[in-house]
Write a new protein. Structure first.
Length: 346
């Protein structure tokens, strides 16, 4: 329906970057393009050290052990395979946020484990003993909610009491708007300075417009990472050498990230105003690349109403039953598309 609009579709339904990959990153890829030999699954020492330096510089996390860093082929594959790689299986529970990126559920199912959507640990009851993995996602896709230090610390303490691993998907961490900070699960205030049982997952896709490269990493407990490395090495889950180099440069250069942030900030202002003027309420959305909006009706009615104006958004129901009255509006559209959104909603 949206595509049939006389002025064409404004597609705000997916979070794929649309701005150019920064020149500094493309140059790094090209400079490393002579790569006749097999790359190291673990990543080059220079890459792992750059990740540790990034945590210290950008996330307030000193002391990440470069031995506890592992590059991944984008973070989606890691999210999908982590339960399997950790040896989680039938009878085990994988907890993930109630309103969530669908791959946490997919990954639990691939491992033969049971996905449990739960935002609090209290609601798990006697099943708590079977939880092997707890996924956190802050800032959240789709809601943009950011979990504070206290909340993260509670989850970590609970998981440690129950022998579960906490994996925190933090791929929107550089995109905080109405929030003082976006703490990592590896933050010493959260974990007491020990990374035991903890993994932070980060992707350069969003901050550096290189989703097409597939460049991300997982970092935290060196013993857990060692286990992931053992399996991934033998399964051929290896980040190409030129991409390792592009990733190293992407997380070592803050200037292009700041520039991209400002692009998104400007678009976010336009989209937020357009939604406000059209009678939407935007919930959470204090960080990340989406506005989580509602018009107080079922999400499919909102999707239809917007499609009639040539605008495509994602129905909240895609992210869990609790999202049934919201839609997710992505900020990953060109300036022209965002400007035309405002006109169409007016
Ligand atoms: C919460 C979350 N995790 C992981 C990913 C995967 O990102 P990538 O595979 O590009 O690193 C996305 C992508 O949209 C996401 O929203």
């Amino acid at each position: 329906m949206a595509r049939a609009h006389p002025d064409g579709i404004v597609d705000l339904s997916i979070g794929t970057p649309v701005d150019p990959t920064p020149a500094v990153v493309r140059a790094a890829l090209e400079a490393a393009s002579d790569a006749p030999g097999y790359p190291q699954t673990w990543g080059t020492p220079a890459l792992r050290e750059a990740v540790a330096a990034w945590f210290a510089r950008r996330r307030g996390v000193p002391g990440v052990d470069p031995d506890g860093v592992l590059p991944t082929i984008g973070s989606k594959e890691l999210v999908a395979w982590l339960p399997t790689l950790l040896g989680v299986g039938p009878g085990d529970l994988v907890v993930h946020p109630e309103i969530a990126y669908p791959t946490y559920d997919v990954g639990a199912r691939l491992a033969g484990a049971t996905p449990v959507p739960a935002d609090g640990t209290a609601q798990l009851g006697p099943a708590a003993g079977r939880v092997r993995l707890v996924w956190l996602n802050s800032p959240s896709n789709p809601t943009g909610r950011v979990l504070g230090v206290e909340h993260l610390a509670k989850v970590v303490a609970w998981a440690r009491r129950h022998g579960a691993v906490v994996a925190s998907d933090e791929c929107y961490a550089e995109l905080g708007w109405d929030v003082e900070e976006v703490p990592s699960v590896l933050d010493p205030r959260v974990c007491g300075g020990s990374h035991d049982g903890l993994l932070a997952v980060y992707s350069a896709s969003k901050q550096s417009n290189l989703a097409g490269y597939r460049a991300a990493f997982v970092a935290g407990d060196p013993a857990l990472v060692r286990g992931l490395l053992e399996v991934r090495k033998h399964a051929g889950m290896i980040v190409p050498r030129p991409v390792q180099e592009a990733l190293r440069v992407a997380i070592s250069d803050d200037a292009h990230v700041a520039e991209q942030r400002e692009r998104y900030r400007a678009r976010r202002t336009v989209v937020q105003r357009a939604l406000d003027a059209a009678g939407f309420r935007v919930d959470h959305s204090e960080a990340g690349l989406y506005l989580w909006a509602t018009r107080g009706e079922g999400c499919w009615d909102t999707v239809r109403g917007l499609a009639e104006r040539g605008v495509l958004v994602a129905p909240g129901e895609f992210y869990g039953a609790a999202g049934a009255r919201h839609v997710r509006v992505a900020l990953t559209a060109s300036d022209a598309a965002v400007t035309s959104l405002a006109a169409r909603l007016a």
